[in-house]
Design a protein around this ligand. Structure first.
Ligand code: ADP
Ligand code: 5GP
Length: 205
């Protein structure tokens, strides 16, 4: 059995509150050999969030130093804060041939696509409507009113980009949406471009 295969990247994007973190928690129960990319951000931690688990929380100065030091695979300003993906852990996980999962915004998706297209699969996640998104952001109860309003405003622009992604999941029923995401995560591992051509072909000589 030929196992010489590259690592792969699965990118999830979608408006804040559509359910990306909730869906990922369900998916982690069903897949293995993955690495979730912990982003670095300048936003304040929410109640219940831990440094090094949900994000690496840093100051604006620290983030800007990381930019200068070329430490990011990608970074962007989202909803008024910096968010970025550190290069080192991603390279390590890819060398270990893992499925590397990113929860990043539409700008990050475009940047990673441009750099690593052949190993990227992407999924856009939405709610069935803006109203449902609003309800979820309100009932999550983690952000102030003004923050929620800003995220809803940005959601309208973000959704316009869904066709840049390989797949769309409308997260209405959680169980159904989780199944779809598990299928996508699994199919991501068998894309032809991840296999080493010479090894595959040589076994047929
Ligand atoms: P994101 O990570 O995209 O910002 P979250 O995963 O934090 O979003 O989800 C936002 C809120 O919506 C949470 O309170 C979560 O429990 C709820 N939620 C997620 N998916 C569903 C669903 N399918 N049906 C109802 N509520 C959901
Ligand atoms: P939140 O503040 O709700 O955790 O995230 C806000 C937005 O930032 C979400 O759209 C999320 O996907 C995005 N995001 C989180 N980490 C990164 C990152 O490292 N890079 C980019 N470009 N976006 C990120």
């Amino acid at each position: 059995m030929i196992s010489e295969k590259k690592g792969a990247i699965l990118i999830l994007s979608g408006p804040s509150g559509c359910g990306k973190s909730t869906l990922l928690k369900e998916v982690y129960k069903e897949i293995n050999d993955y690495y979730f990319s912990i982003s670095t951000t300048t936003r304040e931690p929410r109640v219940g969030e831990a440094n090094g688990v949900d994000y690496f929380f840093v100051s604006k100065e620290e983030f800007e130093q990381d930019i200068k030091d070329d430490n990011f695979l990608e970074y962007a300003s989202v909803h008024g804060n910096y968010y970025g993906t550190s290069l080192k852990p991603i390279n390590k996980a890819l060398e270990e041939k893992k499925l590397v999962i990113f929860d990043i915004d539409i700008q990050g998706h475009e940047l990673v696509r441009n750099k690593l297209d052949s190993i990227v699969t992407s999924v856009f996640i939405t709610t069935p409507s803006l109203k449902v998104l609003e309800d979820r952001l309100n009932s999550r109860n983690t952000d102030e009113k003004v923050v929620i309003e800003n995220r809803i405003k940005n959601a309208k622009t973000e959704v316009e980009y869904f066709r840049d992604y390989d797949y769309l999941i409308i997260n209405d029923n959680l169980e159904e949406a989780s199944k779809q995401l598990v299928s996508i995560a699994n199919i991501t591992r068998v894309k032809t471009k991840l296999f080493n051509k010479d090894m595959i072909v040589s076994s047929w000589l």
